[in-house]
Write a protein of this length. Structure first.
Length: 342
């Protein structure tokens, strides 16, 4: 476990500070994923068990909360920023490192009396007075799970179920490079506390809409390869979403189809959305694709990152494929080295 230079507290000290306060507003990032929502709700339950007044807010007004996670306790309570009235006590950003990534909730963040960041995305700056960022943590949910141990005597099934959902989604069901012993240790504690792995798997991973699977079939048909098959890129257009009545969330799993292909080291899925192009990047080896995401104005982790390009889809596909080909060539493992590894 390491923390970033911006980190100026410990989870224990954070809990002590939180126990002195009463009114909390918890927020995650735009396009919330399982770790974002799971961490937020886990912390909500923990703070409430500690007797605190807590509200959870989504980062944006115009996006519906991801229905995949509606099975989580507390999901129905997620507010939109415009629903939040009155003053803001302590604003806690979980799984989100920058003001840009909290979308329109930034206005609420600005008027909070204290700001706290609990995250696992390393960035150079910070938006909060109290910061705890551990980029080695596989999920923000792991940090919230530990924090909760200092907030309540016994972490209950609601806290555990939400945290487990964050952990299992951010580790890709304990398959990604970020999966380490700490994940399994925490998962065991969560299951012992009442998390239900089969229920989470059924709700999150065995619950795709037909539109999502059809979107994937389009993406598979359109796959482009570069770098001798080590790079796979594909795309879906706004018109595909319209024709299939598909949502943004329906496109989330598509990058996994590319990642799953033999020989592919780097996968990139592009989707036309709100007049721009959203990109999801994944690396299966040690290649740091967050550098490329940042060069496009996005960010993320070494093996999973994202970005938005404000240019036509065709142009974005060409640019990204070219840049990934170059990256793959620069980071290619020589055949001799590859042989030595086996
Ligand atoms: P996804 O491809 O699932 O949208 O994102 C993968 C990872 O990159 C997640 O950890 C996500 O938070 C991060 N990420 C995605 N898009 C952006 C972006 O535009 N900016 C930043 N800073 N991080 C992003
Ligand atoms: Mn996360």
């Amino acid at each position: 476990m390491t923390t970033t230079p911006q980190t100026n507290t410990t989870l224990k000290a954070l809990a002590e500070e939180m126990l002195q306060r009463d009114d909390f507003l918890l927020c995650g990032h735009v396009s919330p994923d399982g770790d974002c929502i799971g961490s937020q709700l886990a912390l909500m339950h923990a703070l409430r068990r500690a007797g605190k007044r807590v509200r959870c807010v989504l980062a944006e007004d115009d996006s519906a909360p991801e229905p995949t996670f509606s099975f989580l306790p507390g999901f129905a309570e997620l507010l939109h920023p415009s629903d939040v009235s009155g003053g803001v006590g302590v604003f806690v950003g979980v799984d989100v490192p920058t003001v840009e990534r909290i979308g329109t909730a930034a206005a609420l963040h600005a008027k909070a009396s204290l700001r706290i960041t609990i995250d696992h995305h390393a960035v150079d700056s910070t938006m909060s007075e109290l910061v705890y960022v551990d980029p080695d943590a596989a999920a923000a949910a792991l940090l919230v799970w530990e924090l909760a141990s200092y907030l309540v005597e016994k972490r209950d099934a609601d806290i555990a179920q939400c945290a487990y959902t964050g952990l299992t989604t951010d580790t890709g069901r304990f398959q990604y490079q970020n999966t380490d012993a700490a994940c399994f240790e925490a998962a065991a504690q969560m299951v012992a506390a009442g998390a239900d792995p089969a229920l989470v798997a059924r709700e999150v991973f065995q619950n795709r809409s037909v539109a999502s699977v059809k979107l994937e079939s389009l993406a598979v048909e359109r796959m482009l390869f570069a770098g001798e098959g080590s790079v796979a890129v594909s795309w879906v257009a706004a018109s595909d979403f319209e024709e299939l009545e598909a949502t943004k969330a329906d496109a989330e799993p598509l990058v996994n189809a590319l990642r799953g292909i033999q020989g592919v080291r780097i996968a990139c899925m592009l989707r036309e959305q709100d007049g721009s192009v959203r990109g999801s990047l994944r690396a299966k080896d040690d290649t740091d694709i967050s550098v490329l995401a940042r060069s496009y104005g996005g960010g993320g982790h070494k093996a999973a990152a994202g970005f938005t390009l404000r240019e036509p889809l065709g142009q974005a596909v060409e640019r990204v494929t070219r840049d990934l080909q170059e990256l793959a060539e620069r980071t290619a493992v020589s055949p001799a080295h590859e042989g030595a590894q086996q």
